[in-house]
Design a protein around this ligand. Structure first.
Ligand code: B12
Length: 214
């Protein structure tokens, strides 16, 4: 099967909500020596977006999303197996996490992985991360960037709260902030005073590179 056909298989498995077929297709793709990042960018990401649209229209339901969400994590791990982070002496650090109240982490995980692949050190705080933890991690690790992800309009205000908490802790001018997630826009980022916004993982890496001057 060609690389393009294999990526189609990965997409099909996601849209069919078939985690076993998905991990099988990811394994085959990697064992054939293909680039895992291509499959994530051109297979997994658009398929999850499509599934999101189907969910919005009531064509897919929550248990199915949970099933495929776990499958996607497993597939991403397989696809990243052979990817070595770029060998860089001085790696810039990014602290990243999905904000408190929000368990959506598929997109954040993709962003974290691509950052690692492109030569950043990443401290991934996980999902549903208590807001104080972002501040503590900033104090402890002195990252170049703090990245926050929110997938719900109800959790998005936590990003603004983090901006305030960083200010109160005297850390705001020591770190750049980058925000993302489906309900987040450039305009929103500007409104809350975040330094940067990126629409997808590729743009997130480009933006992070710009921030650190690479
Ligand atoms: C998958 C999914 C789930 C899965 C999550 C699994 C997981 N481990 O993540 C499960 C089933 C658990 C779930 C649960 C819920 N969900 Co849900 N879910 C989705 C869905 C369908 C897709 C999200 C996704 O993974 N997209 C694919 C990834 C690749 O895209 P992404 O996350 O946008 O990430 C990209 C960019 O945004 C960007 N990015 C992301 N993070 C960051 C961070 C930074 C720093 C940067 C720069 C960029 C960046 O780069 C990423 C990669 O390109 C969306 C629908 C949608 N259209 O988004 C609903 C959606 C987000 N869910 C929704 C809801 C309501 C819920 C529930 C409350 C449902 C319920 N009634 O119980 C719960 C939430 C529980 C909680 N407390 O969080 C709503 C939110 C509505 C709102 N208020 O805004 C949505 C929009 C669906 C809808 N239309 O109703 N969900």
């Amino acid at each position: 099967m060609s690389k393009e056909e294999q990526i189609k298989e990965i997409k099909r498995a996601i849209l069919d909500i078939d985690p076993d077929a998905l991990t099988g297709a990811a394994r085959e793709y990697i064992d054939d020596g293909n680039d895992g990042v291509d499959a994530i960018s051109n297979g997994i990401t658009p398929a999850m977006e499509e599934l999101g649209n189907q969910f919005d229209k009531g064509q897919v339901f929550l248990p199915q999303l949970m099933t495929i969400g776990d499958g996607v994590q497993d597939a991403v791990e397989i696809l990243m197996e052979n990817v070595e982070g770029a060998e860089d002496e001085e790696k810039d650090l990014v602290v990243i996490g999905t904000v408190e109240g929000d368990v959506h982490d598929i997109g954040k995980n993709i962003v974290a992985l691509l950052l690692k692949v492109q030569g950043f050190d990443v401290v991934d705080l996980g999902r549903d991360v208590p807001l104080e933890q972002f501040i503590e991690a900033t104090e402890e690790n002195s990252p170049a960037i703090v990245g926050t992800s929110a997938l719900m309009t109800t959790t998005r205000p936590n990003m603004e709260e983090i901006e305030k908490m960083l200010k109160d802790a005297g850390l705001r001018d020591k770190v750049k902030t980058m925000v993302g997630g489906a309900p987040v826009t450039k305009k929103y980022a500007e409104k809350i005073g975040a330094d940067a916004y990126a629409e997808d993982a590729k743009e997130a890496v480009e933006t992070a590179q710009e921030i650190v001057g690479k």
